[in-house]
Design a binder for this molecule. Structure first.
Ligand code: SF4
Length: 666
């Protein structure tokens, strides 16, 4: 039996593991001993092979003819795509086309799709799923600190004296990070959890601040206020390495713990205790996820976190830092590869670096402003007429599913690539069968900026291809030479154009992952950012205000279950995972349930301004009165039918996390 070392395809932790292959099938998974897995995997990781051999896998390209799909060859499918997109481009201009890339695809695949979009289609209308999860991180951390990414690796948490976890259900959604937090706790670290739900990690925390959903800024500002009042700020760090503190300090004075208590519902003395615990630690870390970012004020939420870390000097050392946890294996990499409307690879701005990429690719590149993912969907059928969606299922994952359905229906040409049929492939004009992570070589970049190899263990089913091959063939169909013989060739081109990946090659990664920035072939990589200061000299404070908080009868939090992943296209085909959580549930406080005549297991109807869904109630005192929780994985109860279309003005992320709803018995 062969054992092939590779990287988990699910969450952004990037656990290393071995695929065990017998008779050309993956039959088992075991963990790598290297960090971050260090001999451990979560349930999804141990069962990773469950979907690879599934009979539902897409095997051949399909073209829609009337109301049915016809199997076709790759050459016919790709010619059809090239001709149809070219026709749209001729008729309506290049900005009538758009590409959405995948955080489950490799760096090389994201890079070539980015190149296809800009060099062949001629538009900057490109984005990826980060727009729905960590666009605020990119914006706030990038503008304040210099890099929109996790500052320290997970291992660094082992050196923390205090860890503040906010808006992250860490044990269920980023188990490898949780393993490190638990180890730090055994070593004496104190844990603060800020979350409207009593999650598993809240149960083991020293302090749990169970705030009202959407009131994070008031709470974080009050913590900063206490730090200032108690003299627990690092004045030398602030003076020598930051700017904007005085203005922020003046504005923070109004956020007393008592004021915050009225907004957040968290007792003032608990806010005070949390501030003292964080501010009193020698090395304190802040871990956060989509409970912070998926709001129409997501960028301001992240900035409030940055202000705390800067005020206490908790950056640039082991044990300190800011840890935004990415939900997908390669969200970080998709952004690094320039699958964003305003950046090429390595966050090189389109407005500044166009000439460099024109010279390298020998083509004129677009100058017009590209649109973000939700904006692209918003103009589908009017300005946007052709779309290529790689490995994503926006019909379940984007806000306001009814509007997304209408948008996709109104396109002249929709191309969707994936490994399984999904709600979105069923709307496509052309469906492309793609090799899974177990069937191709390449690299992915985990939430801790670690670039790692994935390795081919078995052949793909039917004629499915790695998406980098598909993108290279499409480049050729548009008359651009590609000449890539392997994904390693693609990485060589990426490295030549991207300073932070300059020293990264597949050959070097054979020895283990490397944290970017890694600018030269002899550079060891950079696990901890800002040890020697900030790229622009000073990091910046920016005061942020709590937006007016409306008290709704019920606020629905939309999240995830530990046994399912994203829209369920992979995990719902793994029978053990599906058996654990086979349907959506709505957590409701028992007192609210009693008042509405709802019992455990009662069918309920949730209704918002955007839509209506059905699900089953689960009585739980993990949510307070007035708060509900539902996971979004299930097509039978598509939670994003309920979400609206409002965007954060800075990062353009939609407010997916909380929605005002009514609930009643079915
Ligand atoms: Fe995979 Fe994440 Fe689980 Fe690690 S923690 S095994 S990367 S799903």
């Amino acid at each position: 039996m062969d054992a092939i070392e590779t990287t988990c395809v699910y969450c952004g932790c990037g656990c290393g593991l071995y695929l065990h292959v017998e008779n050309s099938k993956v039959i088992a998974v075991t963990p790598s001993l290297k960090p971050p897995a260090r001999g451990r995997l979560c349930a999804k990781g141990w069962l990773l092979h469950g979907f690879v051999n599934h009979p539902d896998r897409l095997r051949e390209p399909l073209i829609r003819r009337g109301d049915r799909y016809v199997q076709t060859s790759w050459s016919e499918a790709l010619s059809y795509i090239a001709e149809s997109f070219s026709e749209i481009k001729r008729d309506s201009g290049p900005d009538a086309l758009a590409v959405l890339t995948s955080a489950k695809a490799t760096n090389e695949e994201n890079y070539l799709l980015m190149k296809l979009c800009r060099a062949a289609f001629g538009t900057n209308n490109i984005d990826n799923v980060a727009r729905l999860c960590h666009a605020p991180t990119l914006f706030a951390l990038g503008s304040s600190l210099g890099s929109g990414s996790m500052t320290n690796p997970m291992e660094s948490l082992l050196h923390s004296d205090a860890i503040m976890i906010i808006g992250s259900n860490t044990t269920e959604q980023h188990p490898a990070v949780a393993f490190h937090i638990m180890e730090a706790r055994r070593n004496g670290a104190r844990i603060i959890v800020i979350d409207p739900r009593r999650t598993q990690i809240a149960e083991i925390a020293d302090l749990h601040l169970q705030l009202r959903p959407g009131t994070d800024i008031a709470l974080l500002n009050a913590i900063l206020n206490v730090l200032v009042q108690e003299g627990m700020i690092d004045e030398e760090f602030i003076r020598s390495r930051t700017e904007g503190f005085d203005a922020a300090r003046d504005r923070i004075a109004e956020y007393t713990p008592e004021v915050a208590e009225r907004i957040c519902g968290v007792p003032a003395d608990l806010i005070h205790d949390a501030a003292v615990l964080y501010g009193g630690a020698d090395n304190a870390a802040i871990v956060y996820a989509m409970g912070i970012t998926q709001h129409t004020h997501g960028t301001d939420n992240v900035q409030a976190i940055v202000n705390l870390a800067l005020a206490t000097g908790n950056l640039g050392r082991d044990g300190s830092g800011i840890y935004p946890l990415r939900g997908h294996q390669n969200v970080q990499g998709a952004c690094d590869m320039g699958a964003l409307p305003d950046y090429y690879t390595g966050y090189q701005r389109v407005s500044e670096f166009r000439g460099k990429f024109e010279d390298a690719w020998d083509v004129k590149l677009p100058t017009s402003q590209g649109n973000t993912a939700v904006e692209i969907m918003g103009s589908a059928g009017s300005d946007i007429r052709g779309m290529y969606i790689s490995g994503e299922n926006p019909l379940l994952s984007y806000p306001n599913s009814s509007r997304i359905r209408r948008a996709l229906e109104s396109l002249d040409l929709l191309v969707v690539s994936d490994i399984f049929p999904t709600e979105t492939t069923r709307m496509a004009d052309v469906v492309l069968p793609i090799a899974s992570f177990a069937e191709k070589d390449g690299t992915v970049t985990s939430t801790e900026r670690k670039v790692q190899l994935i390795r081919k263990a078995i052949d793909p089913p039917g004629s499915a291809l790695p998406e980098w091959v598909v993108a290279a063939k499409l480049l050729e169909a548009f008359g651009l030479s590609s000449g890539y013989r392997s994904s390693a060739d693609v990485m060589r081109e990426i490295a030549s154009l991207t300073p932070s990946y300059g020293g990264i090659t597949h050959e070097r990664l054979e020895g283990g992952g490397i944290h970017w920035p890694c600018p030269t072939p002899d550079h060891p990589g950079t696990p901890v950012l800002y040890r020697d200061g900030f790229p622009r000299g000073h990091a910046s404070f920016r005061h942020v205000d709590q937006c007016e908080h409306q008290h709704h009868k019920f606020t629905l939090i939309i999240g995830r279950s530990q046994y399912q992943f994203h829209t369920g296209s992979m995990t719902r085909r793994v029978c053990i995972l599906e058996r654990e959580v086979p349907e959506a549930f709505v957590d409701i406080n028992p007192e609210d349930a009693a008042a509405l005549g709802i019992r455990n297991g009662t069918g309920v109807i949730l209704e918002s301004e955007s839509g209506t869904i059905r699900a089953r109630a689960r009585l739980s005192d993990n949510v307070k009165r007035g708060t509900l929780f539902i996971p979004f994985h299930f097509r039978e109860s598509p939670a994003n039918m309920l979400t609206g279309w409002q965007l954060d003005p800075h990062s353009r992320i939609p407010g997916l996390k909380i929605t005002s709803v009514s609930i009643r018995r079915e």
